[in-house]
Design a protein around this ligand. Sequence first.
Ligand code: NAD
Length: 374
Amino acid sequence: MKIAILPGDGIGTEIMAEAVKVLQVLDLDFTLETALVGGAAYEAHGHPLPDSTLNLAKAADAVLFGAVGDWKYDKLDRPLRPEQAILGLRKHLGLFANFRPAICYEQLTHASSLKPELVAGLDILLIRELTGDIYFGQPRGRRVAVDGHFPGAEEAFDTMRYSKPEIERIAHVAFQAARRRSGGQGGKVTSVDKANVLETFQFWRDVVTEVHAQYPDVALDHMYVDNAAMQLVKAPKAFDVVVTGNMFGDILSDEAAMLTGSIGMLPSASLDKANKGLYEPSHGSAPDIAGKGVANPLATILSAAMMLRYTLNQVEAADRIESAVSTVLSAGLRTGDIWSEGTQRVGTREMGDAVVVALSGKTITTRTSDITKS
Ligand code: NAD
């Protein structure tokens, strides 16, 4: 098994170091090969996704990705900005389904901005379509940008588009995920759209309904995106699997992330039709805390666990990592983003070390010297 390791920018390198450490102690037979991506790749090769990185990702069985981006690249032409590397990887690897589980660990119930009773035991799965929608509509590239902006322009536009096969395949993924999560007992899919205003999403609703006929055991309901945004904070546990388009998914997945207390806890997977995938934390490169050694590495470590489970078929190893994370939380260790009174504040490296210790079954002890305070 070959895993491409793409740390990226900002906290990407810090959190990836911890995930790699965890993978290395599992004693599994795989090779890890690292390459530059995002702003780091732009600095070295003049492009956020150089051919060498793309070829490594294509040749690998799975890709573990950190995060990319920094405000300093905001002036670059859009195709050269770090974030384009993610879009390029999704496109070239045929990744169309983004899985974002939002699970509220019992130990972190109080870290959520919602009342504990609303999030205790929360376990929902948001599935975002990745290849269509307004992010890939036409016309692109007809605008003439200067430093990424449009001085003197009277309008700017992007078009929203979905094809029937794109909606069908993501609907199948959602119904199958609901079935799997419920242990064959049915489950529920909520399809989120804006069918009352947008033609694209009336079409989305029609196609999802059509595909649903093949999954009579799974319940389906449709919800407008504005209502979904409201229900996610009002009664999040009422959801099971949520499926939606690229842009609504982008926004709702961050909202769902915050239900669990911190975006620093949430892994994600982007899969192709053969379950090859790119795995990454749900958060970005966090330039505000980069280099301080305080970022939460657990989302990346849990992304590595998802990679073992979904693509590399190492379910037992995935279970071991997830249970080690739970052990570390039970021991009271917290990075700043999930810290609360009575728990022990630790840095990125200590959190990674603690997961490694938990994997070995030893008792967790910590030191706090590697937190650099700014
Ligand atoms: P962000 O997710 O990087 O940060 C949002 C907030 O969450 C910040 O306050 C940050 O400190 C905090 N945060 C994020 N991850 C954390 C972690 N692991 N531990 C503790 N705190 C954490 O989003 P942003 O600030 O909007 O964007 C920063 C840069 O990241 C931008 O350049 C953006 O384009 C890029 N970005 C990249 C990805 C990606 O690589 N997939 C995703 C989103 C944003």
